[in-house]
Design a binder for this molecule. Structure first.
Ligand SMILES: Nc1nc2c(ncn2[C@@H]2O[C@H](COP(=O)(O)OP(=O)(O)O)[C@@H](O)[C@H]2O)c(=O)[nH]1
Ligand SMILES: [Mg+2]
Length: 198
């Protein structure tokens, strides 16, 4: 199983059009507070790498991380989360524009790592996002986060519910707990494989 991913923060982008060409790229997407930044830190085993927050909506930019050797051109993008209501409509519209511009036009986007809260399950906005990604023909890798928050006695039913709501099969959803480390090594291997890193 893969050890910690060599991840290096490059810079943040407000404008998707400013992104350079890279060889391969994975974007972390999901609702605000679903655990994107925490998962990125767990993949790298580096707590302060991506900003994590108890306040949803803290990541407002496209944050680029390089995987592997410097100048590998293999990127992991930490994207702003969707669905955070406690900011102004103007601000929300700005984020939505940035996300839309990125997802619809980023040529190098190899796959979207789509995070669903394992405790809450897919929200209507998650399902809408998935439909949009599918419509665009994007490759989606499904991850259910915060597996440690689901009580073991409830786990089988919860997993079944989540997969069926997504219209998927059990094997299509990877369960992880960034807190407990469950599933993290498997996800590292998947990231490396998807980015074409041996
Ligand atoms: N119990 C538990 N909490 C988590 C896990 N991953 C993230 N969290 C918590 O969920 C909150 C949001 O995480 P964050 O990574 O900032 O979410 P983001 O908005 O998607 O980047 C933080 O309080 C995290 O500590 C996990 O695997 N288990
Ligand atoms: Mg974040």
């Amino acid at each position: 199983m893969a050890g910690p991913l060599p991840l290096r923060f490059l810079r943040s982008y407000a404008d998707p059009d400013a992104l350079p060409h890279v060889n391969a790229e994975i974007a972390l997407m999901g609702r605000s507070n679903v655990g994107k930044s925490t998962l990125l830190n767990a993949l790298a085993q580096h707590k302060g790498l991506a900003r994590t927050s108890k306040t949803p909506g803290a990541t407002r930019l496209l944050n680029a991380f390089e995987v592997g050797n410097p100048d590998s051109g293999r990127w992991l993008m930490d994207l702003p989360g969707y669905g955070y209501a406690k900011v102004s409509k103007t601000e929300q519209a700005k984020w939505a524009d940035m996300l839309t511009g990125y997802v619809e036009e980023r040529e190098n986007l190899t796959a979207v790592l789509l995070l669903i809260d394992g405790e809450i399950g897919p929200t209507p906005l998650d399902l809408q996002t998935i439909e949009w990604l599918q419509h665009l023909g994007r490759d989606i890798l499904y991850v259910a986060t915060k597996a440690d928050k689901v009580r073991p006695s409830k786990s089988p039913k919860r997993r079944k519910d989540l997969t069926s709501k997504l219209g998927l099969e059990k094997k299509d959803v990877r369960w992880v707990s960034a807190d407990k480390g469950q599933g993290v090594a498997e996800l590292r291997a998947l990231v490396l494989e998807t980015l074409g890193i041996k």
